[in-house]
Design a protein around this ligand. Structure first.
Ligand SMILES: Cc1ncc(COP(=O)(O)O)c(C=O)c1O
Length: 389
């Protein structure tokens, strides 16, 4: 016998390791301040941990219902009603997922047939394209306006065809920090109105929008909500990205298809976290206070960067700040964004993410992304190191 792994064709020959994993590994290896991958370096509220611990002690340790535990689905429905004014039935229209990543993949697998076109607005979060390809869909890339990252509705309109199954939007937007306005949401609604195009609205940064702006959810627009999977993530909102837990709100017909895939994918999401989160959500203050919490960090980080040669791009929402590197005094500014980020991590000791990683064709506009969801001292240390550029 000759034990060997048989040769087999890769289903995803072009798929590599995500840039976030690559840069985080490099940051660890080089001892760099990691402003690359988007996660907080500070603790979550200890009360949240207590609630989860209590849930475990109370015996909430077996499979929950496939759609999520009722108290959490009810808490999410109540929150959407309060914040965005739309009623979602917690029984048929809210599903608890293993984070937004699983939610987006599940939504795509549920609706995209081989050959269906799905529009993404680039730059976009790196799971969208592989998800569509895995479902056999055809990715249609529409660029956000270079420089401002605002949606270009003429281009979106032009990309719609009879084969378009869905469009994916993300506001507040990773990586640019741009936040869709009410007018932009209305315009999308108008464009989609005569079509059967479905919407996946990735709203994981919904509680990170900075004054005087506000988040506009697809839930607030009847014509969008009726065709939308609205994706949220507790990881972002409660500083627990490692818990990988989120929700999808969608009309019953969409939720029913979503759940068919969900049940044979993860089936359920861990029980004690769901009970802990449901308990914690009874108090709205943590998410209502989140914008002020992150706005202070954004302002601190922006103030520090304004003393450097990095050119700040607007930071309307999310915990990301993009900067243009073309005015730096170092010759490495002429490297591509990716090589510059590697150099920055290795030689300057600060990890960042190149925006080119969010484009299919690697479009290089000399812009990189920092994450400011960090302790003040972490941000100060990074700023000290960046100041010499
Ligand atoms: C735009 C966007 N969507 C989805 C996700 C994934 O969220 P989760 O960790 O809940 O899977 C992220 C995480 O960085 C994100 O930035």
């Amino acid at each position: 016998m000759n034990p060997r792994t048989p040769a087999f064709p890769s289903k995803t020959p072009h798929m590599g390791t995500t840039i976030f994993t690559v840069m985080s590994a490099l940051a660890t290896e080089k001892g760099a301040v990691n402003l690359g991958q988007g996660f907080p370096d500070f603790a979550c509220d200890p009360r949240l941990i207590e609630h989860v611990t209590d849930a475990m002690r109370e015996g909430h340790n077996q499979y929950p219902p496939m759609t999520g535990v009722a108290p959490l689905r009810e808490a999410v429905a109540a929150k959407i009603k309060t914040l965005y004014g739309r009623h979602y039935d917690p029984v048929n229209e809210i599903t608890v997922t293993a984070g937004a990543t699983q939610a987006i993949l599940t939504a795509i697998l549920a609706i995209v047939h081989p050959g269906d076109e799905v529009i993404v607005l680039e730059p976009c979060y790196d799971s969208y394209v592989p998800n569509i390809e895995l479902a056999g869909g055809v990715v249609v890339r529409v660029p956000l306006t270079p420089g401002t990252f605002r949606p270009d509705f003429d281009k979106i309109q032009a990309a719609l065809t009879p084969r378009t199954r869905a469009i994916l939007i993300n506001s507040p937007h990773n990586p640019s920090g741009m936040v869709w306005t009410r007018e932009e949401m209305l315009r999308l609604q108008e464009i989609l109105d005569p079509t059967d195009v479905l919407l996946i609205s990735d709203e994981v940064y919904e509680h990170m929008v900075y004054a005087p702006l506000q988040h506009w959810s697809a839930a607030q627009f009847g014509g969008l909500a009726a065709r939308a999977f609205i994706v949220s993530s507790f990881g972002k909102t409660y500083h627990v990205t490692g818990w990988k837990i989120g929700t999808v709100a969608a009309p019953a017909a969409l939720s029913a298809e979503f759940r068919k895939i969900h049940q044979f994918n993860v089936f359920t999401v861990n029980t004690p976290m769901q009970h802990g989160l449901a308990h914690y959500m009874a108090n709205p203050r943590p998410y209502l206070e989140l914008p002020a919490f992150y706005q202070r960090k954004r302002d601190l980080f922006r103030a520090g960067l304004s003393n450097t040669r990095f050119r700040l791009l607007p930071g309307e929402g999310t915990y990301f700040q993009c900067v243009d590197i073309s005015g730096l005094a170092v010759p490495e500014k002429d490297l591509g964004e990716a090589a510059f980020c590697q150099w920055l991590t290795t030689e300057v000791g600060v990890a960042a993410i190149p925006l080119s990683a969010f484009y299919g064709n690697g479009f290089d506009q000399k812009v990189i992304r920092f994450c400011f969801a960090k302790k003040d001292e972490t941000l100060q240390l990074a700023l000290e190191r960046l100041a010499r550029l």
